[in-house]
Design a protein around this ligand. Structure first.
Ligand code: CDP
Ligand code: MG
Length: 135
């Protein structure tokens, strides 16, 4: 069964959206097979967002994600990588379709509630990074 890495970002946790987001993942028919609620280190977040290193939003992004509690999860289900990306919605609030998680709850490109892996390789890398020692 396909697996993807999902993270509720600190703004989602602070806004008490964990319950709603988990319901939406479960309603879609996916299983959450691992989850942890914690404040990630700067080092972990830098590795997670390494592809964006050097971009103008990178520093703000790293301090945002490492500055609060996140909920990191492994989600399992058929085509869950692509389907979760659809359920999450676009990062640009102008393109985040109403009905998607970002479309319904986010109006900022940086503070956008939730992360989901964008491909099979990324999912493997992110699951290993966030849950590596525990599998
Ligand atoms: O999260 P997603 O894969 O949809 O988008 P990304 O292009 O991989 O960017 C990762 C994260 O960086 C976004 O979710 C935003 O939190 C942040 N970002 C930002 O703050 N400003 C941008 N112009 C682009 C992305
Ligand atoms: Mg991305």
């Amino acid at each position: 069964m396909e697996r993807t890495f999902i993270m509720i970002k600190p703004d989602g946790v602070e806004r008490r959206l964990i319950g709603k987001i988990i319901s939406r993942i479960e309603n879609k028919g996916f299983n959450i097979t691992k989850a942890k609620l914690f404040m990630p280190s700067v080092e972990l977040v830098e590795k997670h967002y390494a592809e964006h290193y050097g971009k103008d939003f990178y520093n703000e992004l790293v301090s945002f994600i490492s500055g609060g509690t996140v909920m990191a999860m492994i989600v399992e289900g058929e085509n869950c990588i692509q389907v979760m990306r659809l359920l999450i919605g676009d990062k640009n609030p102008v393109n985040a379709t109403p009905g998607s998680i970002r479309g319904d709850h986010a109006s900022s490109t940086t503070y956008n509630i939730i992360h989901g892996s964008d491909s099979s390789d990324t999912a493997k890398r992110e699951i290993a990074l966030w849950f590596g020692g525990e599998e």
